[in-house]
Design a protein around this ligand. Structure first.
Ligand code: DGL
Length: 264
């Protein structure tokens, strides 16, 4: 079939954590990555604002011929997935905080979730807790500073650790054994977070399950590429594209094949 890319959108570099997994799983697919950096951070925006942002982003990715759009952002997905699906025919894969798997796997019945302000305020979030966390104590914390620090390229400074302790220590004191990363930017903080929570707490990062969902949707829709040539990544940003490229390379330097294709 004709080669069309997978579109991936976030406010900045967070979605790169998801794209990294998609690249590992589907190395032959082309990807168009769009950071709406002019609207960063999404986490402080209202639902109507996020819906406008989401529709604009989808229009941009469709103008780049995206065959499927990954909303690699919990904030945007929580506010705008139904609106996106109503407005466009292309399949969307979104992500909402992993309350369901966390509730299914916790042994203590105590789960922590860190996410943006907009995500924890979203109706979808309350619905997920009501639907999947019956009898589970869910401790939620909006973390306004974390996406900003990651966006600055800072994933493990004393400042980041101070914020992480401020946000996570109260949950540890409550006896959580599972911590959900409810914002894609936090994937890049995972090593620091795992050190802080210690080996007894399971950290749930949904990046890989989202990539698997992309694989399923492509396969079921007959949209997967059949050619064996390596896929390429194209980066676009609504502001400071050079900054995005530099950060993408730095964040992906360890291990991923992404770095090599960052400037295609
Ligand atoms: N990466 C986004 C998320 O998953 C949000 C970061 C922001 O506030 O822009 O929620």
């Amino acid at each position: 079939m004709e080669r069309r890319p997978i579109g991936v959108v976030d406010s900045g570099v967070g979605g790169i954590a998801v794209m990294r997994e998609i690249r590992q799983l589907l190395p032959h697919e082309d990807i168009v990555y769009y950071a709406d950096s002019a609207n960063f951070p999404f986490g402080g925006k209202s639902v109507p604002q996020l819906q406008v942002v989401a529709l604009e982003a989808a229009r941009f990715l469709l103008s780049r011929r995206a065959k499927l759009i990954v909303v690699a952002c919990n904030t945007l997905s929580s506010a705008a997935l139904p609106a996106l699906r109503r407005n466009f025919d292309v399949p969307f894969v979104g992500m909402v905080p992993a309350i369901k798997p966390a509730s299914a796997s916790t042994r203590t019945g105590r789960v922590g979730v860190i996410a943006t302000e907009a995500t924890v305020q979203a109706q979808v979030f309350a619905d997920l807790v009501a639907q999947f966390a019956e009898g589970i104590a869910v401790f939620t914390r909006a973390c306004p500073h974390l996406a900003e620090t990651v966006e600055r390229g800072d994933t493990d400074s004393p400042e980041v650790r101070r914020w992480l302790h401020e946000y996570i220590d109260p949950m540890l004191a409550q006896g959580i054994d599972t911590l959900v990363l409810g914002c894609t930017h936090y994937s890049f903080l995972r090593p620091a977070i795992e050190e802080i929570v210690g080996g007894e707490v399971t950290v749930i990062d949904p990046s890989l399950p989202v990539a698997r969902q992309v694989e399923r949707v492509l396969r079921d829709g007959g949209l997967a590429v059949s050619a064996a040539q390596a896929g390429k990544v194209e980066y676009f940003a609504s502001a400071d594209r050079d900054g995005l490229l530099t950060k993408a390379e730095a964040l992906c330097a360890s291990g991923s094949s992404l770095a090599a294709t960052a400037r295609t």
